[in-house]
Design a protein around this ligand. Structure first.
Ligand code: SF4
Length: 82
């Protein structure tokens, strides 16, 4: 399950994510994007919006460790040299 989060400190309010996934993102009163509905669009559309953000302001939620290599999970630490 995707769980998009907008970092308003990075967002420049370009509207790209809203154009791609209008059921998930909206522009707030502050002129920055915000999540309207977590799963408003299908995951592929949300992923497309995430990857289309020019400043990488959108991340996919913390409850999805499989989405990326998260060092805090300590999962992919195969540095064993024997
Ligand atoms: S695409 Fe990125 S910079 Fe543009 S409005 Fe959405 S979050 Fe903000």
């Amino acid at each position: 399950m995707v769980n998009p989060v907008v970092d308003k400190n990075k967002c420049i309010g370009c509207g790209t994510c809203v154009a791609i996934a209008p059921s998930t993102f909206e522009i707030g009163a502050d002129g920055k994007a915000q999540v309207k509905t977590q799963v408003g669009d299908d995951p592929a559309t949300i992923n497309n919006a995430v990857s289309s953000c020019p400043v990488q302001a959108i991340s996919l939620g913390e409850d999805q460790p499989a989405a990326s290599a998260d060092p805090s999970t300590g999962e992919a630490t195969d540095q064993v040299n024997s």
